[in-house]
Design a protein around this ligand. Structure first.
Ligand SMILES: [Zn+2]
Length: 205
């Protein structure tokens, strides 16, 4: 069995299953308690195939729960992460299968992040940061690479959500902020920091 163990760093694992470093940290602690991984500080994690599958399944439960809270309970996307942290501990496959069915088998969570399948596998997306777009480019917001509550409240205030189409009107060389137009808003300034957290798909028209 030893040779089946995979060495992986926390940051590589966080990229692989598309969760933040603090979240992956908590998850690894939980997996370690159950014996699915071996972890020593500053060393790569030894992840068993079973451990990898279970990590993916926890992420799946979390993201399905978030989607349920948004779509069926009408909670804002800024409110659901903490509740989902609690719900992901529910140990019932039927419960989450039913949620999956009620939501019509969603592929992404309310923040646009992919939901792993039942084997814990994730289909990676290929979006670019808004900050990589050029003047004149148009792009649709597909996902966020940051789920921080204050950031989500900020986007609510700006009326920017998933599928909002953004046009880059100008890019400021000094601080790399951008002026964007969307919906009825013209030349709204977004800082570089915000632009780096918005994952977009470039469109031609
Ligand atoms: Zn979350």
């Amino acid at each position: 069995m030893e040779e089946n163990k995979e060495k992986i760093s926390l940051s590589a694992l966080s990229k692989r299953i598309d969760v933040s470093i603090p979240t992956v940290n908590n998850m690894v602690k939980r997996l370690e308690q159950e014996g699915w991984v071996h972890y020593e500080k500053y060393k790569p994690i030894l992840l068993t195939p079973k451990g990898r599958e279970i990590a993916g399944r926890i992420v799946r439960k979390h993201r399905l729960a978030e989607m349920f809270l948004v779509q069926k309970m009408n909670l804002g996307w800024e409110l659901v992460h903490d509740i989902a942290e609690d719900l992901e501990h529910i140990n019932s496959e039927i419960f989450f299968d039913r949620i999956d069915e009620m939501l019509d088998y969603p592929k992404i969570d309310p923040h646009g992040t992919p939901i792993p399948d039942k084997e814990g596998k994730i289909t990676p997306h290929n979006y670019k940061n808004l900050s990589e777009m050029k003047e004149g480019d148009q792009a649709i917001l597909r996902a966020l690479n940051h789920e921080n509550t204050d950031f989500l409240i900020y986007l609510n205030k700006k009326e920017i959500g998933l599928n909002t189409k953004l046009k880059v009107e100008a890019k400021e060389p000094f601080d790399e902020s951008m002026e964007v137009s969307y919906k009825n808003f013209k030349n709204v300034v977004l800082t570089k920091e915000v632009c780096e957290k918005l994952l977009v798909e470039k469109v031609n028209e």
